[in-house]
Design a protein around this ligand. Structure first.
Ligand SMILES: Cc1cc2nc3c(=O)[nH]c(=O)nc-3n(C[C@H](O)[C@H](O)[C@H](O)COP(=O)(O)OP(=O)(O)OC[C@H]3O[C@@H](n4cnc5c(N)ncnc54)[C@H](O)[C@@H]3O)c2cc1C
Length: 435
């Protein structure tokens, strides 16, 4: 047996076999012949049990790198196991860059695509929304090239499909020319943030804020395009180690989380301190792939819902007020971001502009109370959960929030009639417990 855990340590599995194919032929054989459930993992940064299996766990670590990049077409095809931090430099050398990125660059590109991973920016979709095509290895070992022109249904649905339609071996991304970003971080009274939010959103290419709910100020962050000079782009190896480095700020934050775990009544005071100290990001101009990610080395569990953009501020205020009223012990901030609508069947941004609100809890602390109260509020505001972040929704709930839910279920059944790719988490999600 092989012991496996996700990044936060919350999900554990003992797959009978871990397969690390080095060619597409080996990948096809592993998907077709592997003991079920056959699940594929990126870097295990999802908080939900998407990759859990007692059968076959596939890692595409050896199927990495840029296959081809085309600066004129503003696109590149990459192998699905490529880590995002390892793609920045080779794409940069080809004159290309991702249009947007999330908080970290540790994920495999197929893992990020699989769950609709996103950054912030009202004019920018998730990473999945920039997938122009992919090659999919299906449960029976078939290989499908999918795009808007070929196997269009599988492409439409499959851009957010968390390994339930098959395993992607290559992904073609729509990109843009390289660009530089300048970061700003500042503290502002929460009341000013609500008043000025539409302007802050529209004045910046990327705007988000973090709110320690016991504090009266929010930590605002913007990234804007600049033509200022930037240091030469670092190597992929330097990007890899940059994300692993534990900074002194993070050591202090972790110590605070430990204190709050042992003495929960100190949470509110610690939060106010963290809020004051949380404006230390770099203000240098940097190449985009170096500017987006921040180190996140203090482990936590997370819930995030995408709510219709118009409901965002009421929703986050109600969550913060409830945390205060119920005196819930937590040291992490809430995070608030903007994402543009897309047309991917199971995307949390399907046909609606959204804001995402995330609630985090230190990995050493119980998250149930915090996530239960938050989830009830998210649902009242019409939220859809991030597929990689904790939620308690089941098939009957998804049916009501995704107009194409039944279409997806039918497509999935046709693609994998015996459910070889379903683990128990996905059986609950799809209502296939008895399948
Ligand atoms: C510290 C931290 C920061 C984060 N920041 C953000 C953020 O800013 N924005 C955001 O939206 N999310 C964020 N997340 C969530 C994270 O981006 C997603 O959970 C993402 O899916 C993780 O990528 P991964 O490579 O670890 O994939 P995994 O968690 O390993 O897998 C995710 C899903 O993708 C599937 N998958 C993996 N490879 C393939 C493949 N080749 N073919 C088909 N399916 C595949 C898996 O089966 C699984 O269902 C964060 C998570 C952490 C822990």
């Amino acid at each position: 047996m092989n012991a496996w855990t996700n990044w936060s340590g919350h999900v554990r599995a003992s797959p009978r076999r871990v397969a690390k194919p080095t060619t597409e032929a080996e990948l096809i054989a592993a998907v077709r012949d592997g003991e079920a459930p056959v699940r594929v993992v990126g870097t295990g940064h999802s908080f939900t049990a998407l990759a859990e299996t007692g059968g076959t766990l596939l890692s595409l670590d050896a199927l990495a790198g840029v296959v081809r990049a085309d600066a004129n077409a503003l696109s590149a095809t990459v192998r699905a196991g490529s880590k995002i931090h390892a793609l920045g430099r080779p794409l940069f050398d080809a004159g290309l860059a991702l249009k947007n990125q999330g908080d970290i660059d540790r994920q495999a590109i197929a893992g990020a695509v699989g769950t609709g991973t996103h950054g912030t920016g009202p004019t920018l979709g998730s990473i999945s929304a920039e997938v122009a095509g992919f090659r999919l290895i299906t449960a029976d070992g078939g290989a499908l090239d999918c795009s808007s022109a070929s196997n269009a249904d599988v492409w439409s649905a499959g851009r957010v499909s968390f390994g339930s339609l098959g395993v992607m071996s290559e992904i073609t991304l729509s990109l843009r020319k390289t660009y530089k970003l300048r970061e700003r971080n500042w503290l502002m009274p929460a009341l000013d943030c609500w008043r000025d939010l539409a302007k802050l959103r529209d004045d910046h290419r990327h705007f988000e804020f973090f709110w320690f709910p016991y504090a009266d100020e929010v930590v605002a962050k913007s990234l804007d395009e600049t033509t200022e000079d930037a240091s030469p782009a670092v190597t992929s190896e330097q990007m890899k180690t940059r994300g692993e480095r534990v900074t002194s700020d993070q050591r202090i934050f972790k110590a605070g989380c430990e204190i709050a775990r042992l003495v929960p009544s100190l949470s509110a005071r610690l939060q106010r301190l963290f809020s004051k100290g949380a404006t230390g990001g770099s203000s240098r101009a940097r190449w985009s792939h170096e500017a987006f990610p921040s180190p996140r080395n203090v482990k936590f569990n997370e819930m995030e819902y995408a709510v219709p953009a118009a409901n965002g501020t009421d929703c986050i205020r109600e969550i913060a007020e409830t945390i205060r009223a119920k005196k819930i012990a937590t040291c992490f901030p809430l995070e608030y971001r903007f994402v543009k609508a897309d047309d991917i069947w199971l995307s949390p941004f399907y046909m609606r502009d959204a804001v995402t609100i995330s609630v985090h809890q230190y990995a050493g602390q119980d998250f149930k109370t915090l996530f239960d109260i938050s989830e009830a509020i998210f649902r009242r505001y019409g939220g859809r959960p991030h597929w990689g972040k904790l939620h308690t929704l089941r098939a009957k709930d998804f049916e009501t929030i995704y107009p194409r839910w039944e279409d997806y279920r039918n497509l999935r059944r046709r693609s994998d009639p015996t459910g070889r790719l379903l683990n128990s988490h996905l059986r609950t999600v799809f209502g296939e417990e008895n399948g």
